[in-house]
Design a binder for this molecule. Structure first.
Ligand SMILES: [Zn+2]
Length: 77
């Protein structure tokens, strides 16, 4: 099973539809099992949809990092 860190690393590929079939299955499996990553992914998607300039581009590592930072800061707990 993937680790939370790996989910975070793969999340931009996932959102862009760049994962392989196996990658997707692993990803979904973790999301299914892990409430933290479910929440992370939901926030990531909200975040992305509110940033129109990211629509057609792949995220760079820096951008993912920035988004991660914001997600963490906005964490309700
Ligand atoms: Zn997780």
């Amino acid at each position: 099973m993937l680790k939370c860190k790996e989910i975070v690393e793969k999340s931009s590929d996932f959102v862009d539809g760049q994962l392989t079939l196996k990658g997707k299955i692993d990803f979904y499996w973790h999301i299914f099992m892990c409430v933290h990553c479910r929440r992370f992914l939901r926030q990531l998607r909200l975040m992305l949809s509110s940033m129109p300039y990211l629509d057609e581009k792949e995220l760079t590592d820096n951008e993912v990092e920035l988004i991660m930072q914001r997600v963490k800061e906005n964490k309700p707990e």
